[in-house]
Design a protein around this ligand. Sequence first.
Ligand SMILES: C[S@@+](CC[C@H](N)C(=O)[O-])C[C@H]1O[C@@H](n2cnc3c(N)ncnc32)[C@H](O)[C@@H]1O
Length: 239
Amino acid sequence: MDLENPVTEQMSEERAGEQLWTAVDRYISERLLVSDPALDAALQASASAGLPAIAVSPNQGKLLYLLARIQGARSILELGTLGGFSTIWLARALPADGALLTLEVDPRYAEVARENIAGAGLADRVELRVGPALDALAQLDAENGGPFDLIFIDADKQSIPEYFQWALKLSRRGSVIVTDNVIRDGSLLDAGSEDPRVLGTRRFHDLLAGESRVNATTIQTVGLKGYDGFTLALVEEPA
Ligand SMILES: C[S@@+](CC[C@H](N)C(=O)[O-])C[C@H]1O[C@@H](n2cnc3c(N)ncnc32)[C@H](O)[C@@H]1O
């Protein structure tokens, strides 16, 4: 402990912790993930196009893939496409006649994602709709869309509670809803926060606490994406 400067000491401990999480993430992916040219190309194309590096990590992508396989998902809804990295992981879990619908507000990101999805050979089972997810969800409901076997909520965080309510509406008994980035470096606990993303994740947990139609837990995670977490919910009774 640096008694002269405890703040500097704490910062260097935090940095060391983050470096360790990243090294362990790399250790895991080197052993459990095979080299994947389509996913590597998707990340490369996203970076070259200037998209922010906020896709799920490769190990988290594999988790999504495994959850979709375990669920036997034939229909998947994703909110927040970015460059299509998580889309590719999820779509790969589908059978040949399965379908994934992904929603993205930014047309430039959507264009990059479309190319990445086509490059991964998945254009036949992925539909990408461009526009605000809340509008797309209302439209989907009006079309009698769903129910989806698995829903991945990974768009803007302030709207998570509204997205979750839509997800419940577009579910069946036994659907799985995964919601990402709900811990946010622990700021979830900050009752005084005015950050709309933190408010969104707090409202979300309050909603879950009073929602008997789902069985849910939130898991904290560390890794190359830092300290965060996701919520896994099983729909017992759709809305
Ligand atoms: C965290 S990124 C998604 C990452 C992606 N799921 C992955 O792991 O590869 C969030 C995405 O949600 C999109 N987004 C933000 N607000 C949105 C909205 N209102 N409707 C739809 N998409 C939105 C952003 O443009 C961004 O591409």
